[in-house]
Write a protein that binds this ligand. Sequence first.
Ligand SMILES: CC[C@H](O)CC(=O)C(=O)O
Ligand code: MN
Length: 336
Amino acid sequence: MTALTLVDSSLRDGMHSVRHRFTPQQVAAVAAGLDRGGVDVIEVTHGDGLGGSSIQYGEALHSDAELIAAAVEAVSRARVAVLLLPGIGTLRQLREAQSLGASVARIATHCTEADIAAQQIAWAAEQGMHVAGFLMMSHMVQPAVLAEQARLMESYGAGTVYVVDSAGALVPGTTAERVAALRAALAPETAVGIHTHNNLGCGVGNALAGVAAGATWVDGSLRGLGASAGNAQLEVLVAALERSGRATGANLFELMDVAEEVVAPLMPRPQVIDRSGLAIGYAGVYSSFLLHAERAAERYGVDPRDVLMELGRRRVVGGQEDMIINVAAELAGVAA
Ligand SMILES: CC[C@H](O)CC(=O)C(=O)O
Ligand SMILES: [Mn+2]
């Protein structure tokens, strides 16, 4: 059985929860703990990836370069990964990250837009980085369609392709179908990854289902720290994997300690599934729609959950935020 690659996203997906305000000292403390805990890959960058710091996505307190350098310095065996979304981050920023010691490049696109990552994936693979293609909002397409997109990423040079449940809208069965479709479509030497969110309370369960279906790169965050309802809680995931007979190579007690003593004090609030997080997962829409939906709903006197549900039914994706006002107005029976 292929060994699992355990990936931590606390210092990247968790950035959304702390409004991109981690300091190099905090990054170093968390990364050192994850390294001691036996995590294989530690992802560090702005929540929206390299170059994400902006008025649009939220200004970070420190540059990606400072944070990557702090993580690289703090680890002795784990690899440091960076996220890049084509259109937000640039190859120049990826080159800088690599020169600072990042050796894994996670290149993310919407689940039907793998082709926009051809250049970035090919470049990073040529530089000798391990490239993980990240198919976001994977619940929005059927498994066969997702598998075609994964094959595109593989053809550009990705060594791993991920099913990414950005909205936390998958459940164990629909997760397993997608992972199995990728596993069947990709070459045996290409790994399949699983990145889950907890909006429907299935973060850890979906990761387990993904691993049972053939995923070998598996993501989590300490204490679940991540966007919206958070990610699969890494220390819980490790315990559950071990109890399901999959060795992780991690030191569980060390991870528990880092989660409790280092990460928990940095969290603005416990990572719970509140009604907003649950509505995002139930509707299957981008978590960034929430604020817009709440504002539009208030303006037109409707329930934001109804707005989110209708956006989900219409399969509205990032970039179509102007639809949110139209939907709220339509639900209120008035012109936008
Ligand atoms: C905006 C990037 C996004 O947070 C990537 C990710 O972790 C996801 O889609 O779940
Ligand atoms: Mn995520």
